[in-house]
Design a protein around this ligand. Structure first.
Ligand SMILES: Cc1cc2nc3c(=O)[nH]c(=O)nc-3n(C[C@H](O)[C@H](O)[C@H](O)COP(=O)(O)OP(=O)(O)OC[C@H]3O[C@@H](n4cnc5c(N)ncnc54)[C@H](O)[C@@H]3O)c2cc1C
Length: 388
């Protein structure tokens, strides 16, 4: 039998922006009935952790491994929130090694990537755990109903409330709606959700709300960077060649090298049991296409190991991999927004009682966790008095 649920506020998505929004909102609105709906099996979204069933004991951050705040000095809201996360010991300053490999395969120590400028932070546990801790800091268990493995495919608004329908036909009613993902607002929804109209456009036809029209216009020009991450569960005795005990070690490939090897960055992640996991990121189109079209993943995995070994051939810190390392591959169809960012002024429609947050809004943190957190904090401030 299909179920029917009614709430004061529903949040679609369980990534870090949703968790920040929910935790801040709950601090001020303890009596409201809230639900969070997420298609994944847990919280974290693109900043989450693969806890492998096949390879026991491994926790590899397969999306964002850490995050950087490039601009907190000029933003007190963001600064005080990051200070709170530090005080609660959810995060710590990340002083891991960051190397930039140049064309001659030599390491340079200068920080200059979009993911490493400013101050870097690391979750004290895994990245999924960070989102969980943020939301649990407000004793959310009693205050929020979580619906995991639930994909919203349709949304409707009548004057009273939002009506959401999941893929398996469950219905969720809510007076206010927060979308922490723009999937339901973007043309990629047509293919992914197999619908014939962008769900938000269907719910709010053109010329009913200028803000919504503008929002959808901006999103028409937003594109997404696909990525692959290769998760390497190394063999028993694999370690660095030197002594290094910090949680992560990052190698970025400078432009020409990235083109040649098709790797963007490589993050070594020390596990609780002292094993050393490796996550290789790639946004190379050719590599992504070869993954999509391959009938033989084993060949691709062998190629990754060959290239990894070639890249680190003369590196004094990194040992070679063997061909029997276990590898799993994660394909991110939309790892990061690109193109046009959406102005924060379009974040909330009073008429339709709908708000939006995530890394797809304008600002220094566009396309990164910094933007996700900041947009969630700003949205909560915008609507907190309305929903009291
Ligand atoms: C490989 C990779 C590396 C990255 N590296 C970095 C980095 O080093 N530093 C950095 O700052 N950022 C990095 N990023 C970007 C960073 O992960 C994102 O900016 C951030 O996690 C976005 O969080 P969010 O809450 O805005 O969105 P998301 O994490 O995307 O959350 C949205 C959630 O909504 C869910 N959802 C979507 N549609 C529906 C639906 N219809 N029904 C139910 N649920 C739905 C999704 O499953 C998702 O969990 C990286 C991303 C990837 C993929």
């Amino acid at each position: 039998m299909k179920s029917d649920f009614t709430y004061d506020l529903v949040i679609i998505g369980g990534g870090i922006s949703a968790c920040v929004f929910a935790s801040q909102f709950l601090k001020n609105n303890i009596t409201k009935k809230i639900a969070l709906i997420e298609i994944g099996r847990g919280l974290g979204g693109r900043s989450s952790t693969r806890i492998s069933k096949r390879f026991k004991g491994w926790k590899l951050n397969h999306g964002a491994p850490n995050f950087n705040i490039s601009n907190s000095k000029n933003n007190l809201l963001l600064k005080s929130y990051i200070d709170e996360l530090l005080k609660n010991k959810f995060i710590k300053i990340d002083d891991s090694d960051i190397f930039f490999l140049n064309q001659d395969l030599k390491s340079e120590n200068i920080k200059k990537s979009e993911f490493s400028c400013g101050v870097n932070y690391l979750s004290l546990n895994s990245m999924s755990e960070l989102s969980k801790k943020i939301i649990e800091s407000t004793n959310s268990k009693e205050k929020i109903d979580f619906f995991f493995e639930t994909l919203i495919v349709d949304m409707k608004f009548n004057d009273k409330e939002w009506l959401l329908t999941s893929k398996n036909g469950d219905k969720y009613k809510s007076k206010y709606l927060i979308c922490s993902t723009n999937l339901l607002l973007h043309k990629r929804s047509l293919k992914i959700l197999k619908v014939n109209q962008i769900p938000l456009r269907k719910a709010i036809p053109i010329n009913n709300d200028k803000k919504i029209d503008l929002l959808l216009n901006f999103l028409e020009k937003q594109t997404f960077i696909p990525r692959l991450t290769f998760l390497i569960y190394t063999n028993e005795n694999y370690s660095y060649s030197d002594y290094y005990s910090k949680n992560q070690r990052n190698f970025y490939l400078k432009n020409n090298l990235e083109k040649k090897y098709r790797f963007e960055r490589i993050i070594f992640q020390l596990q609780d049991n002292n094993k050393l996991g490796i996550v290789v990121h790639s946004k190379n189109e050719e590599l992504i296409n070869s993954y999509i079209s391959t009938n033989d993943e084993e060949v691709l995995k062998k190629k990754i190991i060959t290239d990894f070994n070639k890249l680190f051939e003369e590196n004094s810190l990194v040992q070679k991999l063997t061909f029997d390392e276990k590898i799993s591959i994660m394909r991110w169809r939309a790892s990061q927004p690109s193109g046009l960012a959406v102005p924060l002024s379009l974040q909330f429609s009073r008429k339709y009682r709908i708000g939006f947050c995530g890394d797809w809004f304008e600002g220094d943190g566009f396309g990164r966790i910094e933007g996700s957190i900041l947009s969630a904090l700003i949205l909560e401030k915008k609507i907190k008095d309305l929903i009291k």
